[in-house]
Design a protein around this ligand. Sequence first.
Ligand code: NI
Length: 381
Amino acid sequence: MNRAQLESHLISIRRHLHQYPELSNEEFETTKSIRKWLQEDEIDIRRIGLSTGVVAEIKGGKPGPIVAIRADIDALPIVEQTGLPYASKINGKMHACGHDFHTEAAIGAAYLLKESQSELNGTVRIIFQPAEESGGGAQKVINDGQLEGVEAIIGLHNKPDLPVGTIGLKEGPLMAAVDRFHIVLYGKGSHAGIPQSGKDPIVAAGHLITALQTIISRNISPLQSAVLSITKIIGGSTWNVIPEDVTLEGTIRTFDNKIREEVKSKVYSIVESIATAFSQKVEIGWYPGPPPLVNEKTVTEIARNAAKKHTLNVIDPAPSMAGEDFSYYLYNVPGTFAFFGTNGNEEWHHPAFTLDESAIIRAAYFLNESSRELLNRHFTS
Ligand code: NI
């Protein structure tokens, strides 16, 4: 296949995936399709212990290390509103984060690597990871032993606000750690006109919201980044009754594990102090998500050179406060995660999210070139 033929093939199979999106851990048809497309090119598929996802391998003709490419394959519970002729045919599900793009870019890289398999100085393992959105997919892949022997890893995410032909590569933190919390204040209900007979959880919640906002503004250096957002409050049922309890939910985003821990402990101490001050009992649920995504220096440099070789415009991207479970791989092996320009008209997770398909072939060549370069450099940490 020449470049134009490969491009039109990748676009057509990406449109197929786009029409049949599947949610985290339910990627059964997607898994079948990926296997079929790889097998058509006689690419080896590894045995895995997961019910969805695919791990392929291209063993080079020459000895050398193993490096990995990772793509995620799942979609979101969103009703698509793009009006595209190949829009989702599954109501309420949509590839609104462009993981179909990542899948096809990795398949394209697999085809390109396969073409020159005999010249490869080692092995390229390609991980089509399930369940990025719900979290847990990367950990499952790692627990299944699919990272064993891997010396370096690369991955990418489409980036709607970057033009096609631009790639963002950055050493150090690129995406945030994601923590979720759930707080319940249990007071004592009463007549709204006789507050002294109750313990008002709404007033306590008001103080709590204000105090929690001071964690970032008063405890974290203005030169560091962190966000605390309270996104949900439930409490009360009518105008003349002080309720029994109030529930608050929210999220914290940080780029540094030390700050992540500091913010968490400050949340606990503020919640407990305010609860005591307002005679509330309190319950705190803490749900840690992926750690911060921190790119390794040398792999990032190798990827930067590979990008330039394919005439991509390399920029130093602004970090994103979104989370990404690629970070778990980076806790095990050095690697880099790139932002790939796709000139979309909406941000990730929007019902009208689109991307420019001409970026797919560029991403395939970039992944191919970077993995080859990592093999040649025999990258070791
Ligand atoms: Ni995504």
